[in-house]
Design a protein around this ligand. Structure first.
Ligand SMILES: Nc1nc2c(c(=O)[nH]1)N[C@H]1C(S)=C(S)[C@@H](COP(=O)(O)O)O[C@H]1N2
Ligand SMILES: [Mo]
Length: 472
């Protein structure tokens, strides 16, 4: 039992090496796929509530979940080391069939078996100390080294071929951010949310990337980034919000996005009568869908620039789709294929319990004074400031209360930079000494912000942003 421990640990080590390969060459990594399966099974509102309350919102909760599944994965692979190789390798391969495509599963099974077999001579020979076994040991060791070398070269070869396709981002494109009006979010401060670990996000090389457009179309086509950049361009100022953002949370930002209108691409491929759905495919396996009938009335943008510079790898280089009025989950980054389909294909987060439509909820937030240092000077006038956002719904009124919602005062609105951008608001206030509960709510011509507090899962958080400030 204990003799097998080093072998078990070696299995674990091997899988960390494969993790490095996933990072370096973009090969599918089983623990990450395992995480995807687990989140599909466990993605309940209760689970998200627990994760958000312990780890906060944003990427932290996901990173913790990845650490958890990686530990689970290590435990499973260490356990494999205690089984004979002829049982362990097929078990690994079969188990992987649930997580990765079969050639990858087969590959991992074979590599695992080869390395286990290569290591076996060390063990048997070291336990005997006769002259005869010393020479045997030499032969065994040579076998082991040859096998290990072979496996290493094969992995390296696979890595290099993949690497040349995904490798580092090629930034020979213009990058001269223009001056932006106030209210825009600089790219470095733009919120980031991904189903992947950040280091495993796609790192796409422009030269090896194309956007495929196919399915129910008359003329399937593929476009290089250069070809897309040569088409008439469009710039849209749009606020992006994550569906998991709690009321008052940081997961939204305003960007100036430049790219090609979706209508431009439609014109070129021509649809068949069967086309009813758009299915977006991304380099990280993320998918989403949108009914064509709804796309028609929206200005969809295939964006290659954010705030006047090419998209950064983190925010979707080389191309992402922007869909006004919907939460970020409907808007894949790292787009590789637009497929027109007769039927819907539920997207990555939809299959994990999140909204199918992901319409943005009307929301508002107080940015100043700060919620996390809510101290102000008594008897001195200050501006209470913030944002309000309703997706496609224009903000018509924002009201602020400084007494926990008993009385409401109308805030001043700044004209938004576009119909898809958030509205900035402010209200002059002179606090008396003591503590005051600030609250904000917004209106559009058609809707009032919901007062009912709801969790983000499944349709996006609702309720009024409120907190207590102390004036002294
Ligand atoms: N390919 C891909 N696209 C994606 C995601 C992803 O994990 N993979 N996450 C989505 C989610 S949930 C959000 S909120 C936005 C976030 O975009 P940002 O990180 O650039 O702000 O990207 C969306 N597009
Ligand atoms: Mo999101």
């Amino acid at each position: 039992m204990f003799k097998r421990l080093p072998l078990a640990l070696f299995s674990a080590l091997l899988l960390s090496v494969l993790g490095g390969l996933a990072w370096w060459a973009g090969v599918l990594y089983p623990p990450i796929e395992l995480n995807g399966v687990l989140t599909r099974a466990l993605g309940t509102p209760e689970m998200f509530r627990i994760i958000h309350s312990i780890f906060g919102v944003g990427q932290d909760g996901k990173n913790i979940a990845f650490v958890g599944t990686t530990l689970l994965w290590l435990a499973l692979t260490v356990a494999l080391g205690f089984l004979p190789v002829l049982l362990a390798a097929p078990l690994l391969g079969l188990g992987l069939l649930f997580l990765v495509p079969w050639p990858v599963a087969l590959g991992y099974g074979v590599v695992y078996a080869l390395i286990r077999l290569a290591l076996t001579p060390f063990k048997t020979n070291s336990s005997r100390a006769t002259l005869a076994s010393t020479s045997l040991s030499r032969a065994g060791r040579r076998n082991a080294l040859v096998t290990l070398g072979g496996v290493g070269v094969a992995l390296l070869g696979a890595g290099i071929t993949r690497g040349s396709r995904t490798g580092a981002v090629d930034l020979t494109l213009p990058s001269a951010p223009g001056k932006l009006p106030t209210g825009f979010t600089p790219v470095k401060d733009f919120f980031y949310v991904s189903k992947n670990l950040e280091i495993l996000d796609p790192k796409i090389k422009a030269a090896n990337w194309t956007l495929e457009v196919n399915g129910e179309v008359q003329r399937p086509q593929s476009f290089t980034l250069e070809e897309l950049r040569a088409l008439p361009s469009q710039t849209v100022d749009l606020t992006l919000a994550c569906i998991s953002n709690p009321v008052g949370g940081p997961l939204l930002g305003l960007g100036r996005w430049t790219g090609v209108s979706f209508a431009e691409i439609l014109k070129r491929v021509g649809l068949t009568a069967n086309a009813k759905w758009i299915v977006w495919h991304a380099a990280d396996g993320y998918t989403e869908s949108l009914p064509l009938s709804e796309a028609a009335s929206l200005e969809l943008l295939l964006a290659y620039e954010q705030n006047g510079a090419p998209l950064t790898p983190k925010h979707g280089f080389p191309l992402r789709i922007l869909i006004p009025g919907r939460y970020g989950m409907k808007q894949p980054r790292w787009l590789t294929r637009i497929e027109f389909a007769a039927e819907d294909r539920a997207g990555y987060w939809v299959t994990r319990g999140w909204s199918k439509t992901a319409f943005v909820e009307l929301t508002s937030r107080i940015d100043s004074p700060l919620e996390n240092s809510p101290v102000v000077k008594a008897a001195q006038p200050i501006q209470i400031e913030g944002i309000a956002f309703g997706g496609l719904l224009p903000i018509t009124k924002v009201e602020v209360s400084t007494d926990g919602g008993q009385n409401w005062l109308e805030a001043q609105l700044e004209k938004p930079v576009s119909k898809y951008a958030w509205t900035l608001w402010s209200l002059l206030w002179t606090p008396e000494a003591g503590s005051h509960e600030l609250k904000v709510r917004s209106y559009s011509s058609e809707k009032v912000q919901k007062e009912q507090e709801e969790d983000a899962l499944p349709e996006g958080a609702t309720g009024y942003h409120h907190f207590i400030v102390n004036a002294s």
